[in-house]
Write a protein that binds this ligand. Structure first.
Ligand SMILES: [Zn+2]
Length: 436
């Protein structure tokens, strides 16, 4: 067995950013030795880094590197030591592998479990992110089990778990915690309404919504919290790394910099620094199966070292999300988060939750789902807000509820079966082997 280190820090055990740096420096040598066991890094350089100064001069590991190393090019332990194998696939469709030992899983579960509302033995925890190949469902599952909570493994890419069933389970089981995309929790609210419930009144057991996997603007977070009358606890991470940041009681997203060294890379200048705006680069400190050195996540972020009332002494990160670089505005660059902030800043009674936008060179088209009584004010207020913020020609089109998120999706029931050979005279035997 290889062991990278079992003395993993816990929040509250250090005070100040100097102390945080000392923690990183203490863990770095073992992490760098682990990387030296990886064929990928051995091939890459004769002299692998042994301390922070040398690490800083090591080339970045790119997403392309990970794809090229498919499936086991980064494996630094014996294959028998692996506990799980995962994949994510980017827009190119080429798979990116990641794999973890049982030891890695302790670090992964601990990081995910860092939720300021806590995860308790009496919690009923609905895990509503994918289990197939990706890590996200398993992360929440492992963290919940570690804390003694009851897991309701719901997945979100399974025909067995349509929205109507999510709503039924949340109510009947008194679900206290959920883990999902923020968008999914919005759709549950719509599904609850379609089932005749009020999301803010008929789910009193719900203690918090854990969300991640998408950038989340403040306005959308506040709307979600109001819709479910529960705090929304955000999380940021990737399948290749697990959880990298979580939100504190004061609403700031903090990087888990006691478990990884973070840098910010500016692709225009080619320089990296500890903070500022650019792409997030990570060197995890407690990895056995698949060590990564300066892995560029290519997510646009802003990192800041500041004091926060939470006293965690961890840098604050803002994940900026997709930009529309070709759209010429008279104001700031057009981002998905920026637009989302404006959509969700419309008065809640307008009920606008679902939208999409298409950016041209100097023109922006937005569609919003809105019911008749609120159509006129919603369109004019959003047109005004977007024009004022971005100084761009904008066309806001109202569409009836059910257009962007079909009503059938909210009310459909599960239609899954096992393979079957024998059918009755009136039954559809074309479904014999279509067991989904
Ligand atoms: Zn904080």
């Amino acid at each position: 067995m290889t062991t990278v280190g079992t003395n993993r820090p816990r929040i509250g055990e250090w005070h100040g950013y100097e102390a945080l740096r000392r923690l990183q420096d203490a863990a770095l040598p073992a992490a760098l030795r682990a990387a030296a066991r990886s064929p990928f890094y051995r091939r890459r350089a004769a002299d692998l880094p042994t301390d922070r100064a040398e690490l800083r001069t090591t080339g970045l590991t790119t997403k392309r590197d990970l794809r090229d190393a498919y499936p086991f090019g980064l494996l630094a332990v014996d294959r028998a030591e692996l506990a799980t194998y995962h994949e994510s696939s980017g827009s190119s469709g080429a798979p990116t592998s990641s794999y973890y030992t049982a030891g890695d899983w302790l670090d992964l579960a601990e990081r995910f479990a860092r939720k300021w509302v806590g995860i308790r033995p009496d919690d009923m925890f609905l895990v509503r992110t994918p289990y197939a190949l990706m890590i996200t469902g398993h992360l929440a599952h492992a963290a919940a089990r570690m804390c003694g909570a009851t897991v309701v493994p719901a997945d979100n890419r399974s025909l067995a778990m349509p929205y109507s069933r999510v709503v039924r389970v949340m109510r009947d089981l008194d679900v206290t915690l959920t883990w999902s995309l923020p968008t999914d929790a919005l759709v549950w609210a719509a599904a609850a309404t379609a089932a005749g419930y009020r999301s803010d009144r008929d789910f009193p057991a719900l203690r918090a919504l854990f969300v991640g996997g998408e950038p989340l603007s403040r306005a959308r977070r506040d709307r979600l919290a109001a819709l479910w009358r529960a705090p929304v606890v955000e999380e940021y991470g990737a399948t290749e790394t697990g959880s990298l940041a979580g939100v504190c009681p004061f609403g700031r997203l903090h990087l888990w910099a006691d478990r990884a060294v973070f840098e910010v890379y500016d692709p225009r200048t080619g320089r990296t620094g500890p903070d500022g705006r650019g792409q997030l680069v990570v060197t995890p400190l407690y990895r056995e199966a698949m060590p990564l050195l300066r892995y560029n996540l290519e997510d646009e972020v802003e990192v800041e070292y500041r004091e926060c009332d939470c006293g965690w002494w961890l840098p604050v990160v803002r994940v900026l999300g997709r930009t529309a670089p070709d759209c010429r505005t008279g104001g700031p660059p057009l981002t998905q988060s920026g637009l989302e902030e404006l959509v969700f800043s419309l008065p809640a009674e307008y009920g606008v939750m679902f939208w999409r936008a298409r950016a041209g060179h100097a023109h922006l088209r937005i569609e919003i789902e809105v019911a008749d009584p609120h159509r006129v004010p919603a369109v004019s207020e959003l047109t005004e807000a977007v024009g004022r913020t971005y100084d761009v020609a904008v066309d806001v089109t109202p569409v009836p509820p059910g257009t962007l998120v079909p009503t059938g999706l909210l009310t459909a029931t599960a239609d899954v079966m096992k393979p079957r050979g024998l059918f009755g005279a009136d039954e559809d035997w074309d479904r014999a082997l279509r067991y989904y």
